[in-house]
Structure formats: structure tokens, C-alpha cells
Design a protein around this ligand. Structure first.
Ligand SMILES: [Zn+2]
Ligand SMILES: [Zn+2]
Ligand SMILES: [Zn+2]
Length: 161
């Protein structure tokens, strides 16, 4: 990741502040010369805000409808979805073209890992929480929503990035 403070505000020349993540999982950088006043709910000082675009990411997964590759995109409200890479928006006809396959992703992501749990030897999964924190946990672990207790292996390793 590049240093977030190396960039200068195009409005006033002050360095930009740190990248912050909004509750809807969008990322932005404010000018360090401005700050948000939660009491007045207004920005004081320089009001420059740089929204950080999340680039669509091509996935190693095929569309179940047409077999093209899927891409991972994020809406402006921070919801993530997988959609077919052949799906495009035609601004002239104002219609979507291509394959219309869309799969909404829950706010947490689980990816299987090629690593074994040190406790029980089952495979580990990489779990990304809604806030973007990552942890490795055992694929046998689960949650019993009736008993409200964890089931299976309890191995967890938080990853600091
Ligand atoms: Zn500024
Ligand atoms: Zn498709
Ligand atoms: Zn385990």
C-alpha cells in the first residue's frame, strides 16, 4: 500500500489524512486541514474528500449461467457482489447488456485455505469480517444459533495487516 500521507490536497495543498473506512465500507481520505465535527455534523476547514475507488476484481470463478469469469464489485453503498464479467452497462440505451448473473455477498467472506489446523488437522479457512479484519479459523468451526455457542474446533488466528 502506498503511503496515504504522501498525497497533497488539490484544494489547499495540505497533506491528505489517513484512509478511513465508513460504516458502509467505503474508503475515503479527508484533507488533514479539515475535520468532521460530529456535533454540528459539518466539515470544518478544508472540505476536500477523496473517495477511494474499489476496483472490480476478477475472480477465479466461472459464471454458473454462461461460463465467463466472474468479477467482484462493490456498490456505492459498500455492498459487495459477484457479477458476470460479460455484464456491462450501456449508457446509450440505459440498459444492462450481456449476462445478468449477480450474486450478492454477505458482509463477511470465507475463503478456503490450503493450510491445516494445528489443533485438529482439518483445513483452515480465511474469514474476512464485515469490517475487513481477517482471521484464519478451522473449517470445522461453526455456530449453533439455537444454543448460541460455538461448535467444532475453536482454533482462530487473527491476522494483523
Ligand atoms: Zn485541503
Ligand atoms: Zn454469465
Ligand atoms: Zn481445527
Amino acid at each position: 500500500m502506498n503511503n496515504p500521507t504522501s498525497e497533497a490536497c488539490p484544494k489547499c495543498g495540505s497533506p491528505l489524512g489517513e484512509i478511513v473506512t465508513t460504516p458502509t465500507e467505503r474508503q475515503l481520505q479527508r484533507c488533514s486541514n479539515g475535520h468532521w465535527n460530529p456535533e454540528t455534523r459539518q466539515n470544518e476547514g478544508c472540505d476536500y474528500v477523496k473517495w477511494i475507488q474499489v476496483e472490480p476484481q476478477e475472480l477465479d470463478e466461472k459464471c454458473p449461467k454462461c461460463g465467463s469469469s466472474l468479477i467482484l464489485t462493490q456498490t456505492k453503498f459498500g455492498k459487495k457482489m459477484k457479477k458476470c464479467s460479460t455484464n456491462t452497462w450501456n449508457p446509450e440505451t440505459k440498459q444492462a447488456e450481456g449476462c445478468d448473473y449477480v450474486e450478492w455477498i454477505n458482509n463477511s467472506i470465507t475463503e478456503s485455505l490450503d493450510e491445516k489446523c494445528p489443533d485438529c488437522g482439518s483445513l483452515l479457512v480465511l474469514f474476512t469480517t464485515a469490517k475487513g479484519k481477517k482471521m484464519k479459523k478451522c473449517s470445522t468451526s461453526g455456530w449453533d444459533s439455537k444454543k448460541k455457542e460455538a461448535t467444532g474446533c475453536t482454533y482462530v488466528e487473527w491476522l494483523n495487516d
